[in-house]
Design a binder for this molecule. Structure first.
Ligand code: BDR
Ligand code: CA
Length: 320
């Protein structure tokens, strides 16, 4: 079983992903680390603890992440209009459960410690801005993770914050550029594929009918997020951004991958834009992509199979 740390800003699609990861027998969730994005970091930590309590998995430790960006910016972009004020569809904030463990170490330190304990074995599934990972890599450039699988970027399609940028990258572009330039192998799951993986309202009804207490809760929190999709994209259903990134860990064969060095634009109208060099041979002389590790980006997807895999996982038995 692959060991994974979920670095997350819950967040409705984050919550679905945390449940999927806990329910999936092929992975072992060894910790959650939190970050701002859909909510500020403190709320993300509270939500992570509450979601573990709901899943009956208070044994999974939670490490709270950075309250500000990689460069120390405290003014953050928070997507409460997508996920609700509480990050969970305005269903009422989960109380911090008395039995869940919030570790006394920071998210970046937890990532460093875990990589040292299990060198080359741990995948970080990054579902929010890449701040914690950038901090960990700054401190330990040779961080011995197996890989980072991240939800982020838009390579051949428009972003979702503006035409240039996807939200997780936009919220901390310097962190993303640092991590893309780092030593750890990455699988990047961008909007190109995630916006094609959609749960219909029927899928939500199925979760409610067949998914037990967690299934009902998932349908509840998804309502606000589904309304956002209806008003913003005229879509009947919701995009499964973060759950799709999770499926890429267990079913990488459902994606078409292309690899190359990646840069992130950090300012101007293209702030947060992700650009991969897909034409390595044509440039004359070195450029700002030269010397970077080649990361894998998912550019195509079997969306029916991915949605099916997410549905099956969420409808499987009690959390392992
Ligand atoms: C990403 O932004 C957040 O709203 C979602 O949780 C997802 O991680 C999609 O751009
Ligand atoms: Ca997220």
């Amino acid at each position: 079983r692959r060991k994974i740390i979920v670095d997350t800003d819950p967040g409705v699609d984050d919550a679905l992903t945390i449940f999927a990861a806990l329910l999936c027998p092929e992975v072992e969730v060894i910790g959650l680390t939190t970050i701002f994005g859909n909510v500020p970091t403190a709320k993300a930590t509270k939500n992570a603890l509450g979601l573990l309590e709901l899943a009956g998995r208070t044994d999974v430790p939670v490490a709270s992440g950075s309250p500000c960006t990689f460069t120390g910016e405290e003014k953050l972009r928070i997507a409460d209009f997508v996920h609700g004020d509480d990050g969970l569809g305005n269903t009422g904030e989960l109380k911090p459960p008395p039995t869940a463990t919030e570790l006394g170490v920071s998210a970046s330190q937890f990532i460093i410690d875990t990589a040292e304990k299990h060198p080359g074995e741990v995948i970080v599934l990054a579902l929010g801005p890449l701040t914690n990972l950038a901090m960990a890599l700054k401190e330990k450039p040779d961080l011995a993770l197996h890989s980072i699988v991240c939800l982020g970027g838009a390579f051949r399609v428009n972003g979702n914050v503006n035409p240039s940028a996807e939200a997780n990258i936009f919220c901390d572009p310097e962190a993303a550029d640092f991590v893309f330039g780092g030593s750890v192998d990455m699988h990047v799951i961008p909007l190109d594929v995630t916006q094609r993986c959609v749960f219909s309202n029927m899928d939500l009804d199925l979760l409610e009918a067949k998914g037990g207490t967690l299934g009902k809760y998932m349908k509840d929190i998804s309502q606000f997020y589904a309304d956002f999709h209806k008003t913003t994209y005229n879509l009947n259903g919701l995009m499964l951004h973060d759950p799709t990134a999770f499926i890429a860990i267990v079913r990488p064969d459902l994606f078409f991958w292309k690899s190359g060095p990646i840069r992130v634009s950090c300012e101007g109208i293209a702030k947060g834009m992700t650009v991969m060099d897909m034409n390595k041979k044509v440039w004359r002389g070195p450029n700002q992509w030269s010397g970077r590790k080649h990361m894998k980006v998912a550019l195509e997807v079997d969306e029916g199979a991915v949605v099916g895999a997410i549905r099956d996982t969420l409808l499987s038995q009690e959390p392992q």
